[in-house]
Design a binder for this molecule. Structure first.
Ligand code: TXA
Ligand code: MG
Length: 352
C-alpha cells in the first residue's frame, strides 16, 4: 500500500520554519499522519482525540490494534484534559523530567477515544523536549498520538532515513530533524498503581525516579521475562526491534566472549553464511571475521543506546544471517539497552 504522496521536509532546531510546522499542523488537524523527530526516537503522529485519525496509525505501521498509543502534549495544563486522576508524585516527576524522555500512565478522561488507548481505561502521556516535536504538537491541536515511526516489529527509527524506509508512501508527511539525541524510547511509568511501576526502561532510570519519589517497582518481565510472560505494557509483548538475521547475545567474562564470538563467527562463515558482530570501541579490534561494528563505548553507555537500532537496521540492509552481540551492564541506561537487545534477540543468550 504505497499509494500516498509523502511530503518530506528538513527542519532545523533553533529557528523553527513556520511553514513546515504549519503544514504539519494542518495535516494533523485534518486527520492525517505526520512523522516527526523527538529526543528519543521518531514518532508517527495523528490527532489523538480523533479516533479515525489514530486508527490510521495502526494501518500504516501494521500494528496490532490492542497496542495502545502514547499521547504527546506540549503544555503541562493539557495533562488535565486527558488524565482523570493525577497523583502528587506524577506532578513531582513531571516538574523534574518534563519535557523529556518519560511517559506516565493515568486513568483516562472521557474525551480520550478507546481507539487511541487500545480499548484500555488508562492513557499514556508524554511531553517531549525536542522543539520540532513541541512545535508540531501545538500546531496539530495539542494532543498527538505517536508511536515510534517504524513498521511494527522493526527497530525504532533514530534518523529520518529509517522512517522513509518503513513509511514512505504510507503517511502524509515526514519531518526530517536529523539524528535523534537518545536513541531508545522513553521510560514508561505506570502511575495508576502504588508504588508506581516501570513498564519499560529508558533514559530516566529507576535510580533517578527512586531518588525523586521513593519506592518504584519494575515489571519483572522487562529484563528476565520469557516471551510467554505477559508484560504490563501491551506493546512489550510483541517481538519488537527484531533484525532479520538470527541475533544472539554472548554473555560472560570479556575474554571468553570475544573468543566465543570469533569461534562461532568463523564456523558460520565456513558454512557459507554472512555474519555480523556487535562490539564496542574497547573490543572491536579483537574480532577477526565477519562484518564487525562498534555500537559505542562502554565508558559512555549513552553512545550505545544511541547507535543500537541503527546498527540492527544496517545488518538488515547487509542481509546478514547471524548476528553475535556482546552483552551490556544492566545498571542505569544499561537496563534500557539490555531490554531492547534481549527483545531483538528473542531472549537468545549464550553464556560462556
Ligand atoms: O519515546 C517514546 O515513547 C516514543 C516517542 C515517539 O515518543 N514512542 C513510543 O511509542 O515508543 P510506542 O507506541 O512505540 O510504544 C508505546 C508503548 C507500547 O509498549 C504500549 O503498549 C505502551 O507504551 N502503552 C501505551 N499506552 C499504555 C497504557 N495505557 N498502559 C500500558 N502500556 C501502554
Ligand atoms: Mg514502538
Amino acid at each position: 500500500m504505497n499509494s500516498m504522496d509523502t511530503i518530506i521536509k528538513k527542519a532545523k532546531r533553533g529557528k523553527l520554519n513556520k511553514g513546515i510546522i504549519g503544514t504539519a499542523g494542518k495535516i494533523l488537524k485534518k486527520g492525517g499522519l505526520v512523522a516527526f523527530p523527538t529526543e528519543t526516537v521518531y514518532g508517527l503522529g495523528a490527532d489523538a482525540l480523533n479516533e479515525k485519525a489514530a486508527e490510521k496509525i495502526y494501518a500504516a505501521k501494521g500494528r496490532p490494534s490492542d497496542n495502545p498509543l502514547i499521547i504527546h502534549i506540549a503544555k503541562m495544563e493539557d495533562l488535565e484534559t486527558i488524565a482523570d486522576i493525577i497523583p502528587e508524585s506524577a506532578v513531582t516527576v513531571a516538574e523534574k523530567y518534563w519535557p523529556g524522555p518519560i511517559t506516565m500512565i493515568f486513568e483516562k478522561s472521557e474525551i480520550v477515544p478507546y481507539g487511541t488507548t487500545g480499548g484500555l481505561d488508562t492513557v499514556a502521556v508524554r511531553m517531549p523536549s525536542d522543539e520540532i516535536a513541541q512545535g508540531i504538537i501545538e500546531a496539530g491541536g495539542g494532543f498527538i498520538a505517536a508511536p515510534s515511526a517504524n513498521t511494527s516489529g522493526r527497530p525504532s527509527p533514530t534518523a529520518a532515513e529509517h522512517v522513509i524506509e518503513d513509511l514512505y508512501g504510507k503517511v502524509d508527511m515526514i519531518v526530517d530533524g536529523g539524528a535523534v539525541d537518545i536513541g531508545v524510547e522513553s521510560t514508561i511509568l505506570d502511575m495508576t498503581v502504588n508504588p508506581p511501576m516501570i513498564l519499560r526502561p529508558g533514559a530516566i532510570t529507576k535510580e533517578m525516579l527512586t531518588e525523586l519519589i521513593g519506592e518504584v517497582s519494575e515489571d519483572r518481565t522487562m529484563l528476565h521475562g520469557s516471551m510467554d510472560d505477559a508484560p504490563k505494557a501491551p506493546g512489550m509483548k510483541y517481538r519488537h526491534y527484531a533484525p532479520k538475521g538470527d541475533l544472539s547475545i554472548v554473555e560472560g567474562p570479556m575474554e571468553f566472549v570475544i573468543e566465543s564470538i570469533n569461534r562461532m563467527a568463523a564456523l558460520r562463515i565456513s558454512q557459507g553464511h554472512k555474519v555480523g558482530i556487535i562490539g564496542t570501541e574497547e573490543t572491536i579490534g579483537r574480532y577477526t571475521d565477519g562484518i564487525i561494528k562498534s555500537v559505542g563505548t562502554r565508558e559512555d553507555e549513552a553512545t550505545i543506546a544511541n547507535h543500537l537500532y541503527a546498527i540492527l537496521r544496517e545488518f538488515d540492509a547487509e542481509e546478514v544471517d547471524y548476528i553475535f552481540s556482546e552483552s551490556f551492564a544492566t545498571g542505569g541506561i544499561g537496563n534500557a539497552i539490555m531490554n531492547r537487545l534481549l527483545k531483538a534477540a528473542g531472549h537468545h543468550v549464550i553464556n560462556v
